[in-house]
Design a protein around this ligand. Structure first.
Ligand code: PA5
Length: 426
C-alpha cells in the first residue's frame, strides 16, 4: 500500500524542516539519536513470522473457549489493539448475532468502581477469557483490575481458569511476570527495546487482534510494505513530509493538530494516535497538542470553533478513498424532504463532498490542511498507517528536539496518588 501526503500550505519553515530530514533520518536508522534503546518497533514487521504463528495458535484456542475476551491494560497496552479492532470490526459488533469471533472488551484502563462492577455483572453470565497486558508489570490500574478479575475467573472456572488467562509482559521484570510464572499462565513477551505506545505490532496488540478474528499476517505485511517505503531517504518520503510540515506549522503558531476522519470506525485509531504523539512529543515545554474529531459528526459540535475560533489549529485528515459497502439514496415520489437531487448517489459520494467542502471552508478559515490518503480500511492499510505514524512520530520528535521514546511526566500523578493512598514510596 502507498500513503499519499498532501498539504495546502508550503512555507520557508517547511523547506527548512525538510532540509534537516536527511540527518534526522540517518539518526533514526543508525540508532544514534536519543532514546535509541527503544528502536525495536522499527524492525517488528520484518521479523514476525515465528511470533505470528504462536499468537494465531493461542488465539484459535481462546476463540474456541470463549464468547468474550477481556483485554486488561492501559495506554500503549490496550490502545493499539482497540484501534485496530474497532477499525476493522462491524460498527454494531456488540449486538450482532452472527459474530464469528469473541467480543473484545477492555478493563484496567480506568479506576471507575461502577465500570468494574458493571463488567463483573456482565461476566457472571458470559463465557470469557482474558489477557493481562503490562510491559512494566507494575501499573496500578491494570494490576487492580487483574486482581479483581483473577478472583472472579478462578471462582467461575476453578482449575481451568489458568487456561483462560494470558499474560503479556516483560521477559523477567515486574510483579506480573512473577505472578504469571507462579500461577502457570501462558505468557508472551514485550520486547525490551519496544516502548508501550510503539508496541501494537508485538503480542500486546497482535494477540487481541487475532482473537477478534483479524488476519495479523496481513496487518504486518501492510506495515512491512510501509517500512520499505519509509526507509528511503528522499524528499518525497511521506513521513519526512508529514514530520516536516507539522513542525513548520508549529513554528507558524499552529500548536494544535486535530486528526480528522470521516469514518467513525477510526475513532479509537485517533485515540492511539493521540497517545503516540502526545506522549512522544509533549515534554521539555515543547510539542504539538494532539486532538481528534470524527466528521461530519463533530462539525456539529466543534465545527464552529474550527472555522472561527482562535487560529492555533491545523488539521490532518485521513482520507479513505473507498468504503467496503455501498448504500445509495432511494428515490421518493413525494420528495417532501427535498432529497431527490441526491437520488442514486452513494453515501460515500456525499461523505466525500462533505470532506471537500469542509476542506475548502477550513482553508478559508486559516486552518491548514494535511491530507493522508489510504485506499480503503483493511488489515494492510491499517498496518501501513500504524507504521507510517510511528515512523513519522520518531522523525518529528527528533526534529522538535525531544526524546520521543520516554515519558517522564506520566510519573507525576502516580507519585501523588501513591502518597495520598499511603503507599510507601521507594
Ligand atoms: O507508552 C507508554 O509506555 C505508556 O503509555 C504505557 O503503555 C502505559 O503507561 C502502560 O504501561 P505498562 O504497559 O507498563 O502497564
Amino acid at each position: 500500500m502507498e500513503i499519499k501526503f498532501e498539504c495546502n500550505e508550503t512555507s520557508v519553515h517547511f523547506e527548512q524542516c525538510l532540509q534537516q530530514m536527511q540527518h534526522i533520518h540517518e539518526q533514526l536508522i543508525q540508532g544514534t539519536g536519543s532514546g535509541n534503546e527503544y528502536l525495536g518497533w522499527m524492525d517488528l514487521p520484518a521479523n514476525s513470522s515465528e511470533i505470528i504463528s504462536d499468537i494465531n495458535q493461542t488465539a484459535a484456542a481462546l476463540q474456541r473457549r470463549c464468547d468474550v475476551f477481556v483485554v486488561i491494560g492501559i495506554g500503549g497496552s490496550y490502545l493499539g489493539a482497540k484501534a485496530v479492532i474497532e477499525a476493522l470490526s462491524n460498527h454494531f459488533n456488540q449486538i450482532r448475532e452472527d459474530r464469528q469471533s469473541p467480543l473484545i472488551i477492555y478493563a484496567g484502563n480506568n479506576l471507575s468502581e461502577d465500570y468494574i462492577a458493571d463488567l463483573l455483572h456482565v461476566l457472571d453470565k458470559k463465557d470469557y477469557c482474558l489477557a493481562v497486558i503490562s510491559k512494566s508489570g507494575t501499573t496500578t490500574e491494570p494490576a487492580i483490575a487483574f486482581r479483581i478479575l483473577r478472583e472472579h475467573i478462578q471462582a467461575k472456572y476453578g482449575q481451568e481458569a489458568k487456561e483462560r488467562i494470558i499474560a503479556i509482559t516483560d521477559k523477567s521484570k515486574g510483579a506480573l511476570k512473577s505472578l504469571a510464572d507462579s500461577l502457570g499462565y501462558k505468557t508472551f513477551i514485550v520486547p525490551d527495546n519496544v516502548g508501550g505506545r510503539f508496541s501494537v505490532l508485538t503480542p500486546v496488540g497482535l494477540l487481541p487482534i487475532a482473537v477478534a478474528g483479524f488476519d495479523i499476517s496481513k496487518l504486518m505485511n501492510g506495515a512491512l510494505a510501509m517500512r520499505d517505503q519509509l526507509l528511503r531517504a528522499c524528499n518525497d518520503n511521506p513521513a519526512w513530509q508529514y514530520a516536516a510540515m507539522r513542525n513548520a506549522l508549529l513554528q507558524n503558531g499552529k500548536a494544535i493538530e486535530m486528526l480528522v476522519s470521516y469514518e467513525p470506525r477510526l475513532t479509537c485509531f485517533s485515540e492511539w494516535w493521540k497517545q503516540l504523539f502526545g506522549e512522544s512529543e509533549g515534554k521539555d515545554g515543547k510539542g504539538i497538542f494532539p486532538v481528534s474529531a470524527i466528521y461530519t459528526t463533530d462539525l456539529h459540535s466543534l465545527g464552529q470553533y474550527v472555522q472561527e475560533g482562535v487560529r492555533h489549529l491545523f488539521e490532518t485528515v485521513i482520507h479513505v478513498e473507498s468504503s467496503a459497502s455501498s448504500v445509495a439514496i432511494p428515490y421518493d415520489n413525494d420528495d417532501k424532504d427535498g432529497l431527490n437531487y441526491l437520488c442514486n448517489k452513494s453515501i460515500s459520494t456525499i461523505n466525500h463532498k462533505a470532506e471537500e467542502g469542509t476542506r475548502l471552508a477550513h482553508i478559508n478559515g486559516d486552518v491548514p490542511q494535511i491530507t493522508i490518503t489510504i485506499d480503503a480500511i483493511n488489515e494492510e492499510t491499517i498496518g501501513g498507517l500504524i507504521y507510517f505514524f510511528e515512523f513519522s512520530c520518531a522523525l518529528s520528535g527528533y526534529l522538535l528536539g525531544v526524546n520521543p521514546f520516554n515519558q517522564p511526566g506520566v510519573e507525576a500523578y502516580k507519585q501523588n496518588m501513591f502518597h495520598l493512598l499511603g503507599r510507601n514510596l521507594i
